[in-house]
Design a protein around this ligand. Structure first.
Ligand code: A2P
Length: 334
């Protein structure tokens, strides 16, 4: 008889939680019992899993008895509050928040990048930042072949990064703006309809945002190389749920676009979409609801005198590979 696992989804009603439940079903994860947890506001409502109604429960310290794997996506404060209950119950927490990502005793994992780190867990495994996941799925195979030295990124991040309320706000606000009605920004610092906002998470004294420094610190942790230099500008754009990124990469060794295409085509979790003559390149609408990260616009960096620089453009579903799918893939490795 094949083994099954009792799974809890904490934050099951959120943008990511809903996709975690769907991804468990779609990938035939061997779920024994499924427990759906959210706030008291959602308790008593139901969600479908494998054609059956599962009642949503309010998350409490007692929610994790008998659970093997707890997928968390209810925000960092909730993860911190319930970490002890999960670990004491003998379950493994796979946490989508940034609460524990840089803790030395918590592996930070993208299965295509550093699956070997999962083995060192002490009851908690962190899911990286969504933009970092999408970036590293594309960058890690190139790094393995040519050793990444420096990375300059600009992100184009979807409204889904702010959860279900972010997506709702984009849709509602777009409609209100078209109808000439007044708008009230809530999920974002400014209006997101027909605009973009170079501000994701809080600002630090050095002028960077927390989101931008996550890209630096999480990259170094997952590639096990603190000498890699990363700078980036993270921008919220009026796209629903797939993030895109323009990446300038500098390697220790020479690399040509053809070599890069061959390396990327052979790597897991990637679809090379790079045929500009036929107007084929990564776009967020094409990445939406897809498991693979799309990689294209692969070209030699002409600002350099050598062949150690590349420019690429990537797009990946923030809710899936950037969050729910990555968490379920970690569970599969467990
Ligand atoms: P609820 O829908 O009951 O508020 P998103 O990131 O899309 O906004 O989703 C956040 C998720 O976290 C939702 O499932 C939400 O449940 C859940 N959540 C928020 N606050 C709490 C809380 N205090 N206890 C448990 N779950 C919570």
């Amino acid at each position: 008889m094949s083994k099954s696992f009792n799974v809890a989804v904490a934050g099951a009603t959120g943008a990511v939680g809903v996709e975690m439940v769907k991804t468990l079903e779609k990938r035939n994860f061997p779920v024994g019992n499924l427990r759906l947890l959210a706030s008291a506001r959602s308790a008593g409502k139901t969600m479908k899993f494998r054609g059956e109604d599962v009642v949503i429960e309010e998350m409490t310290e007692n929610s994790f008895k008998g659970i093997d794997i707890a997928l968390f996506s209810a925000g960092g404060d909730i993860s911190k509050k319930f970490r002890k209950s999960v670990v004491d119950a003998g379950a493994v927490m796979i946490d989508n928040s940034s609460a524990f990502r840089l803790d030395p005793d918590v592996p930070l994992v993208v299965p295509e990048v550093n699956p070997e780190d999962i083995a060192g867990h002490n009851g908690v495994i962190a899911n990286p930042n969504c933009s970092t996941i999408i970036m590293l799925v594309a960058v890690a195979p190139l790094h393995r072949a040519k050793k990444l030295r420096r990375l300059v990124a600009a992100t184009y991040q979807a409204a889904s990064g702010a959860g279900a309320k972010g997506m709702d706000e984009l849709v509602t606000q777009t409609r209100q703006l078209l109808d000439g009605q007044p708008i009230e920004p809530r999920a974002f610092a400014h209006r997101i309809g027909f605009n973009l906002i170079p501000h994701i998470d809080v600002f630090y004294d050095n002028g960077y945002t927390k989101e931008e420094l996550k890209m630096l610190n999480e990259t170094r942790k997952m590639l096990h190389d603190d000498s890699i230099r990363v700078t980036c500008t993270c921008v919220r754009v009026p796209v629903l749920r797939a993030h895109s990124e323009a990446l300038n990469l500098e390697f220790a060794d020479e690399i040509t676009p053809d070599e890069a295409r061959a390396i990327l085509a052979a790597a897991p979790g990637i679809k090379v979409v790079d045929d500009p003559a036929n107007k084929l390149y990564p776009m967020p609408v094409d990445a939406t609801e897809k498991y693979d990260v799309l990689v294209g616009r692969i070209r030699q960096d002409i600002s350099r005198d050598d062949r150690r620089g590349l420019d690429i453009f990537v797009a990946g579903d923030q809710v899936l590979k950037g969050a729910a799918l990555n968490a379920v893939q970690i569970a599969e490795h467990l």
